[in-house]
Design a protein around this ligand. Sequence first.
Ligand code: MG
Length: 235
Amino acid sequence: MKPEETEYYSPVPPVVTPGNACGEAPSDAIILFDGKDLHNWVSANDTTKPAEWTVHDGVMTVKPGTGNIQTRQRFMDYQLHLEWREPVESANHVGQDRGNSGLFLASVGPGDDGYELQILDSYHNKTYVNGQCGSIYKQYPPLVNACRPPGEWQTYDVIWIAPRFNADGSLKSPARVTAFQNGILIQNDVVLKGRTLYIGHPYYSPHGPSPIKLQDHHHLVSFRNIWVRPLHLSE
Ligand code: MG
């Protein structure tokens, strides 16, 4: 056998220009938040209304009581980069009541948030492990606790494979998630059991391309540098 017999030349992968540093948006990314304004986001309670979180010094911060916010655009499979900062809270904020927010990888509706990758201050803060920072909420604890102390910027890099449904609404293939926190693998291609619920067992019901949502859990969690690359994977 010749070496050429196991080499091929097409299709040629598209060229993507990387950002200047790791974590900066590459040339084919959709910028969801660049530090200027929230024009790519709407209120999740009423998607005809703008997102009401505060933007200051290139950073957006939860405005407690204004509700979750979600992207105008809808996505299927994607790679997402997000940076967040936990507030420094007093010692009486413990468990789930400490720097709680969340990244909903696909938002299914206003009263049904979809699939949450938990954002929480889990730096020396005990809670149920499948609800700590980096968990797929109440389904999978993170592989490790990769949290920085509150007040420091942290990163999520996530691969989301959306669930597929048959024409009769039954599940064709479940959602899958791979995630890195601060460059550390925390979820390795986990297969989701359904939507992440606070009460009850996860379940699926059919949906198509969905917005990405961030949670207002009444804590002053801040965000910056959020971008997404829709993925077109062969099925
Ligand atoms: Mg949360």
